[in-house]
Design a protein around this ligand. Structure first.
Ligand code: PEP
Ligand code: MG
Length: 579
């Protein structure tokens, strides 16, 4: 036993909150050693490289699908970004050039090209580029292992729960670990914006990065503590420290369990105001999870899953069956189904997307009505047929003008008329609403409100479009904040316009599950909060601690502040006092 490690506290950078206590397990990834070989047949070597590249693209596609199903769309995008590296012309050129001019084997050419590109990125002394360098090395490792036939499958992962420690963790490493056995993640390298940190946050486990720990000493500790909130790793803790951390962890868990025990009860404020809490889902599994966590319905059903990762459009029959299965699980609870929101960073080959300079501002979502209204009509027919007995609410994404609301309404009417004339049973009167996620829609919400039954505010995109920050560009993403007064004013305008016309308003962006935002949104009059199912118990618990008068006062003050940072700091201090 290395006594020097006893009760050793090491500071790291917090990457995901929470306390974990458990046995350590050090992950050492399989990495084939590259031995440069001279080759005689250049064409054959280039074919080997191309085969490995195609195989890597396929593996990453599968990882993206697994991540989308188990964690979420935003996290799946990590692997889609890895695919882009493999399609990068410069990188392919550098590798091809290595094989051709130096007559070296493909793995050596890959190794050299990836190392050179990653070193350039690392040298930029910038967290963002360092994180991308590590993504690039992950892609390089995948290619080299494929070229050398090294099996990277994880075979020795323990069967008991562990704290995983590693020099560095790539997102592909992280997705290999069995989720139910993962207590926390600790890495020697990496920054708080690394993709692994983001994955840990989404999985709800504590994580620390940039921890200067001797992995061998950590491995010899019978137990370690990870405090992801204050950035501490403690090796082999003394009994009194262990007891104190266990008590703190127990308190947090008890609070969460108490919230879970009441998750099926309504979220009612201290003065009796009832707030609707619903879930964001993406497939059948999501619908089941929503009910387990106490969702009162679905506030956002992202239908993209049916359309991605395939070569042809799903037929009307296929769609009807898929929607019906989900409606059956939800047993008459309200379900807001968003019509296809594809395009932007997510395009499929069979729908006729072209390369665009600015796809987020391009032909996407409801804008497809111009050119491919058949796709939307088919989806509307499937929804109406599947929703005969459901509380169906149809919602159109990316609306920027009243004209689009009129067009979408006409198409819905056409679908209803067609089904009626064909004698097919259909949902008699679905609600019709739009997402407010483009500033121009919020600014004319007063004109749109009479045309709809509801609004649902998409703060993820509303923030992106209001502040002109590409939400997938990590270089600038920290500029954007939903707490910014500009975004808050648009939210306020939307709620006021809806209420003025007697319509209800939900919010289905990430902001709905941000604990600091809860009293602000209540005070602004939001009727429905829609979020990832796992957050429902804690958000309901939080709502029960406020009165509406208190929330209105909080909103009034928050809306008077000039900067996002000031609003956020004020709301966080309120949240701290409610703990
Ligand atoms: C949003 O934009 O806030 C939203 C909920 O939609 P998505 O994240 O799917 O774009
Ligand atoms: Mg959106």
């Amino acid at each position: 036993m290395d006594t020097a490690a006893a009760n050793l506290t090491i500071k790291g950078v917090p990457a995901s909150a929470g306390i974990a206590i458990g046995k350590p397990w050090v992950y050492r990834p399989a990495q084939a050693a590259v031995k440069p070989r001279s080759i005689a047949d250049v064409d054959q070597e280039l074919e080997r490289f191309e085969a490995a590249r195609q195989e890597a693209l396929q593996q990453l596609g599968a990882l993206a699908s697994k991540t989308r199903a188990e964690i979420g769309q935003a996290e799946a995008e990590i692997f889609e970004a890895h695919q882009l590296f493999l399609e990068d012309d410069e990188l392919i050129k550098a590798i091809t050039h290595g094989v051709q001019s130096e007559k070296i084997c493909a793995e050596a050419a890959v190794d050299a090209a990836i190392n050179a590109a990653a070193a350039q990125l690392s040298a930029l002394e910038d967290d963002y580029f360092r994180a991308r360098a590590s993504d690039l090395r992950d892609v390089g490792r995948r290619l080299v292992n494929l070229l050398l036939g090294v099996d990277t499958g994880l075979r020795d992962f323990p069967t008991h729960p562990v704290v995983v420690l590693a020099e560095d963790l790539t997102p592909s490493d992280t997705m290999q670990f069995e989720k139910s056995k993962l207590l926390a993640l600790v890495t020697v390298q990496g920054g708080p914006t690394s993709h692994t940190a983001i994955l840990a946050g989404s999985m709800g486990i504590p994580a620390l990065v940039s921890v200067p720990v001797d992995l061998a000493a950590a491995e010899r500790s019978p137990q370690v503590i990870v405090d992801g909130s204050i950035g501490q790793l403690i090796l082999d803790p003394h009994a009194d420290l262990l007891a104190a951390k266990q008590a703190e962890q127990a308190q947090l868990q008890a609070k969460h369990r108490a919230a879970e025990a009441r998750s099926r009860e309504a979220a009612i404020t201290l003065d009796g105001h009832v707030v609707e809490i619903v879930a964001n889902i993406g497939n059948l599994e999501g619908a089941q999870k929503a009910l387990q966590h106490g969702a009162e319905g679905v506030g956002l059903f992202r239908t993209e899953f049916l359309f991605l990762d395939r070569e042809q459009m799903p037929t009307e029959e296929e769609q009807t069956q898929a929607y019906r299965q989900i409606f059956e699980v939800l047993r008459g609870k309200p379900v807001v189904v968003r019509t296809l929101d594809i395009g932007g960073d997510k395009a499929v080959s069979y729908l006729g997307f072209k390369d665009e300079a600015n796809p987020f501002l391009g032909w996407r979502a409801i804008r497809m009505i111009d050119g491919r209204s058949d796709v939307l009509l088919c989806q509307l027919r499937a929804l109406l047929c599947a929703g005969v007995d459901a509380d169906l609410r149809i919602m159109v994404p990316m609306v920027s003008r009243l004209t689009e609301v009129e067009q979408a309404r006409s198409l819905l009417k056409l679908a209803q008329e067609q089904l009626q004339s064909e004698g097919l049973p259909a949902c008699p009167s679905p609600q019709f609403g739009i997402m407010v996620e483009v500033p121009s829609a919020a600014l004319v919400a007063e004109h749109i409100a009479p045309m709809v039954d509801f609004f649902s505010i998409g703060t993820n995109d509303l923030t992106q479009y209001t502040m002109a920050v590409d939400r997938t560009n990590e270089r600038v993403v920290q500029i954007a904040s939903t707490f910014h007064p500009s975004v808050l004013r648009l939210i306020q305008m939307t709620i006021e316009a809806a209420h003025h016309h007697g319509k209800w308003v939900g919010l289905c962006g990430e902001f709905a599950s941000n604990p600091a935002a809860v009293p602000l949104l209540l005070g602004m009059g939001l009727d429905e909060f829609s979020m990832s199912s796992v957050n429902i118990p804690d958000i309901k618990d939080l709502i029960r601690r406020f009165s509406m008068d208190e929330c209105r006062e909080i909103a009034r003050h928050a809306l008077s502040l000039p900067k996002a940072a000031a609003v956020e700091a004020y709301l966080k201090s309120i949240h701290q006092h409610k703990q």
